[in-house]
Design a protein around this ligand. Sequence first.
Ligand code: ADP
Length: 683
Amino acid sequence: MTETVKDAAPEQIEFRAEIRQLLDIIIHSLYSNRDIFLRELISNASDAINRLKFEMLTNRNVLDPDAELGIWIEVDEEANTIVIRDTGIGMTHDEIVQSLGTIAHSGAKQFMQAMEEAGKKGQGVTADVIGQFGVGFYSVFMVADEVSVTSRSYKPDADAVVWTSTGQGTYTVGSAEKSERGTTIEIKLNDESQEFAKNYKIRQIIKTHSDFVDFPIYIKEEKRPTGDEEQDADQEKEFEWNQINEQTAIWRQSIREVDDEKYQSFYRQLTMDFGEPLLRIHTSADAPVQFYALLFVPSKKDYRLFGAKEDYGLKLYARKVLIQENFKELLPQYLRFVEGVVDSEDIPLNVSREMVQKSALIDKIKKTLVRRVASQLEEMASDRPDDYRTFWKEFGSFIKEGLASDPDSKSKFTDLLRFQSSQSKDADDLISLKEYADRMKSSQSEIYYIIGDDFNTVSRSPHLEYFKKHDIEVLYLTDPLDSFMLIGLTEYNGKTLKNVDDSNLDLPEEETAEAETKADEKISGDAFEALVSRFKEVLGDRVEDVRESKLLTDSPARLVNPPDAMNANMHRVQRLLGKDYSVPKKIMEINRGNTMIQSISTRLSTNSGDALINPLIEQLFENELVAEGIHPNPADMLPRIQELMQAAAQVGREKAEAKVEAKENDVAPAEAEVETEPEASEE
Ligand code: ADP
């Protein structure tokens, strides 16, 4: 080891103008984000150790070749100081002047530009701005009154050097005494930063920002009494170095190296979710971009999705240095339920977050990740159907959102969709589009679906009569998001998706014909025409048209969507979004084979002034609005329902009285009834 020169007085040098500017911004504007100074210093130390490791690949002639590679942090609460020491590559006199006297890296330059622009626009510096940039070493002046950096290069002949500054425009460089390789940074904290002289605070910052740094980070802590020792107040305090960081970047390990327990504890640290994830994707790629990824699908939608909507996103590391938590650009927004870490060797360190966000590298990683997520979910669906059911229940809506919002998602995620159908045993019995297509009838060319509020309501819908009768499966879309999803999902494997309320369905022909003849047997042509006219008169422009139904067999009526109408799904979407919603105009189809329709028809031909005809038509119409889930205010129907009930009750009473009377007079009740109540001749 060469002796260091100690006689020469330290040289005082002015910071270059750009650094003075940077310091000024850091000291005065970034106050609320002071924590990050430690992340920056640890990251520098970790870089320095990495560089030494690299050097040692080819050169064993380094100072202290056997020294442990690590980072040691010591606080002194009384003196209000922090010391951070590493056994990295160190700096020579020239290197320290070069590195700490100029802005070496682009991050700080970008940062200054952004600050300048924000200043021009008259915007203040927001708290999240600083985190976006690696402002590097100078961030230490947020917390420091004075900083000294003592360094000894790995080159065995180099002298130790010390750099000091108060961050006020000048720094000094002089000789130092330091026999071990590496860098020691001593920080005299300013009065407002006393909290950083506490171990718990340092520990917390390390856990948050530097937990997966490659090298051990130790802090010096008082030894905990073991219990056997005498508690002696005068006894000298004993200290020990405790490693704080997890250190291993498990995403960089091979799958064989990591056991379930380790994955689980990593997952817990990452998400604070104590349940087990439903899916773990540990993967890496070398081309087109090198990256490692460790992703998880939680078993529950957690607070991130609903509580703090902005908190989603993966953790992005570039060469093990955390670039950003909640990095949103690595996955499309609809996959925001995926948690995890991505680490790439190809992303350059020290570029701003904004630059990284826009980078083509990120896009390439994203593409690969989306593919992996989709294929792993498909694998789960076929190998672990129970888990997939849980997944679908918790996160199905996100997949639907994807289909609605991102056309690219269609090819990858359509087969993950699950629906109830007319063949479901209960609401939990779900099928995929593939299953539907596989069991379609050979004469069937379209995929049919019905939209409604829930399984029970939908199963009773008049729209399904025809389909049930002819054993044609219909998908039940009962999730409010389904209407959104249909914006992006219009066909599957070349088969168009059709709403059963569509007025021109391409139904297998002989079957429609059959339905037609059956319905034809009922009300006579003229009577039916008169009935249709009355319906039109009563309903006016609340309906597009009134006509006979070709498909209904039991129900009295149904509402179908006119062929040129605005997409029925868009109506629902608008309603869900609370946009000025008006009841969509539909075609009312009535079933001439239905007894209720026949009753109204009989009333009409017997007495066109019958007071019950119009309310019955009105009520029938509104019943269908309710069945469609599009009634704007069902409570409005109550007065009319009362009126109709009153009439029914009246008829009932008169009938009962007639019965009693008939019994007394020994007359057939039917006759008595006709005499007393000609208007209520129908049963
Ligand atoms: P960077 O983003 O390049 O790390 P910094 O301002 O943080 O920018 O540091 C400037 C330079 O100072 C680094 O590039 C590195 O060369 C040197 N440096 C900083 N800390 C250390 C250290 N602990 N050991 C060795 N060199 C260091």
